[in-house]
Design a protein around this ligand. Structure first.
Ligand SMILES: CC(C)(COP(=O)(O)OP(=O)(O)OC[C@H]1O[C@@H](n2cnc3c(N)ncnc32)[C@H](O)[C@@H]1OP(=O)(O)O)[C@@H](O)C(=O)NCCC(=O)NCCS
Length: 189
């Protein structure tokens, strides 16, 4: 059997990771990444199957040599067609800091319908600096402001002890024709 060496960080920086829409067969790997993340809320395998089936258009996985090393799940709320809610994002610890999260996010945005205005929403706990920096960096790349407001307070998670989740907003923005560059135009809210 031919052994495929793991990608180095340098390879990753040069785009060795393939970013694509998730398939049903990715649900177990996504579940495993959540388990390894130590920060994300764990959901059932069934839930990740549903996400891979019903929200594949707005979700992405990153894989290297056939191994899923990152994912992002998002959806457009049925009653808010101009919102993209980014739900969970994780990259395997060994592949962090190489731009994988940003590549998945920009690929996801590039796949949104053109000429439609979107506001990106995501909730982040105050202690998750890495995640806050990912979204700040995304806002910078898009040339948009990022602002935050109340999300889900601790009491809403009772009886589970859970840090509050702040809601972050980026946009509104419109994805332009240069999909790779994820160009956008500011639009009035
Ligand atoms: C958050 C996470 C997805 C980032 O993935 P990543 O592939 O390492 O992120 P990237 O390399 O694409 O970095 C994107 C930006 O975030 C910043 N960033 C990433 N990790 C960071 C960290 N630990 N501390 C500070 N900044 C960080 C990067 O510097 C970069 O900013 P820049 O463009 O200004 O240089 C990853 O750390 C992770 O899986 N964490 C555990 C799960 C989690 O907490 N998910 C978020 C909550 S849903």
């Amino acid at each position: 059997m031919e052994l495929v060496p793991p990608a180095t960080n340098a390879q990753l920086r040069h785009g060795a990771a393939v970013v694509r829409r998730p398939l049903l067969t990715d649900a177990a790997a996504i579940h495993g990444l959540v388990e390894d993340s130590e920060t994300l809320d764990m959901n059932s395998r069934y839930l990740y199957l549903l996400l891979c089936r019903d929200f594949a258009l707005t979700s992405r996985v990153a894989e290297i040599n056939g191994e899923v090393i990152g994912f992002v799940t998002a959806y457009i709320p049925p009653d808010q067609p101009n919102v993209l809610f980014i739900w969970q994002i994780a990259v395997a610890p060994s592949h962090r800091g190489c731009g994988v999260a940003m590549r998945m996010l920009t690929d996801l945005l590039a796949g949104l319908p053109e000429s439609q205005s979107f506001t990106i929403e995501a909730t982040i706990t105050p202690s998750n600096i890495a995640s806050q920096n990912v979204f700040k960096s995304l806002a910078r790349r898009l040339g948009c402001e990022i602002r935050s407001g109340d999300g889900f307070n601790e009491a809403l998670f009772a009886p589970e002890a859970h840090e509050a989740e702040r809601m972050f907003y980026i946009g509104p923005l419109v994805i332009g024709p240069d999909k790779l560059g994820v160009q956008k135009k500011e639009v009035k809210p």
